[in-house]
Design a protein around this ligand. Structure first.
Ligand SMILES: Nc1ncnc2c1ncn2[C@@H]1O[C@H](COP(=O)(O)OP(=O)(O)O)[C@@H](O)[C@H]1O
Ligand SMILES: O=C(O)C1=C[C@@H](OP(=O)(O)O)[C@@H](O)[C@H](O)C1
Ligand SMILES: [Mg+2]
Length: 213
C-alpha cells in the first residue's frame, strides 16, 4: 500500500514513484467532484489548477485571486497594512465557504494548510493533491515569477532575515509534513511542465479528460 495510507496501491508508473488508482471507494470517488491543490509557494498550484480544470471540464477557483478581490488590494499590500493575521483570517473564512463547492478545481495558497481545522472540513468534501517541488526548482520559480513581489511577501520563520534560500528551506521543512498529512496523493512537479503535471493529476486520480487534444 501507499506510504500515505490512502487507497492507492503502488503501480508500474512513471518514474517508479507514482501510484496507480485502483479500487477507489465510493466516498473517495465522490470527493473527486472537488479537487484541491496544495503545496508550497511556486509549486504550480495556480498554473496547474487552471489547466486541470480545463482538462476535466471543471470550474477553476484560486483562493489568492479571490482574496485579492475581496481585500481590494494585493497580498503584499494587505500584509504591509494589516499583517499576516488579517490575511490568514480572510483565508480561513474562504476555505469554509469553498468546502461546499462542487465540480471545481481549487488552487489554494501555500499557507492554507496551516488552517488545520478548516482543512479537515475541506478534506471531507474534496480530493486533495499535494504538488511537490524540491528546493532548487522552488527557488528558481520564485525568482523568475513576476508575481512574487506582489503575491509572496516574506513569511515569518526560523530563518527570517537570512535570505530567500535559507528561509525557503526552513519553511519547506516546517510545511512538508503538513502537506503530506493533509493530502490524498502527492505529485512531483520537477522536470514537468504545468500541462504535464495537470495531465498526470488527471490520470492519477482517474478523472476523465474532456478537453484533451
Ligand atoms: N511545472 C512547472 N515548471 C516550470 N515552471 C512552472 C511550473 N508550474 C508553474 N511554473 C511557474 O512557476 C511560477 C509559480 O507558479 P504558480 O502557478 O503561481 O505557483 P503557486 O500557485 O503554487 O504559487 C510561475 O511563474 C509559473 O509559470
Ligand atoms: O505560503 C504562504 O503562506 C503563502 C503563499 C501564497 O500563495 P502561493 O502558494 O500561490 O504562492 C499566498 O497565499 C501568500 O503569500 C501566503
Ligand atoms: Mg497560486
Amino acid at each position: 500500500m501507499c506510504a500515505k495510507c490512502c487507497n492507492l496501491t503502488a503501480g508500474e508508473t512513471e518514474r517508479g514513484k507514482w501510484h496507480k488508482v485502483e479500487l477507489m471507494n465510493e466516498a473517495d470517488a465522490r470527493r473527486t467532484g472537488l479537487i484541491v491543490l496544495t503545496g508550497f509557494r511556486a509549486t504550480g498550484k495556480t498554473a496547474v489548477g487552471r489547466l486541470l480544470a480545463q482538462l476535466c471540464g471543471y470550474e477553476f477557483a484560486d483562493t489568492d485571486a479571490m482574496l485579492i478581490k475581496r481585500m481590494g488590494c494585493s497580498i503584499a499590500e494587505a500584509i504591509a497594512q494589516q499583517g499576516w493575521q488579517y490575511f490568514r483570517e480572510q483565508e480561513r473564512l474562504l476555505l469554509v465557504e469553498l468546502a461546499s463547492w462542487r465540480n471545481t478545481v481549487i488552487a489554494t495558497g501555500g499557507g492554507a494548510i496551516l488552517h488545520q481545522q478548516e482543512w479537515e472540513l475541506l478534506r471531507k468534501q474534496a480530493f486533495v493533491i499535494w504538488l511537490r517541488t524540491e528546493l532548487a526548482s522552488t527557488l528558481a520559480r520564485l525568482r523568475q515569477d513576476e508575481n512574487t513581489a506582489g503575491q509572496r511577501p516574506a513569511l515569518p520563520c526560523q530563518a527570517s532575515g537570512q535570505g530567500l534560500e535559507a528561509e525557503t528551506a526552513a519553511l519547506l521543512a516546517e510545511r512538508e509534513p503538513l502537506y503530506q498529512a493533509g493530502s490524498d496523493v502527492v505529485v512531483e512537479t520537477a522536470e514537468r511542465t504545468a500541462g504535464e503535471v495537470a495531465e498526470a493529476v488527471c490520470s492519477r486520480i482517474g478523472l476523465k479528460q474532456f478537453n484533451k487534444n
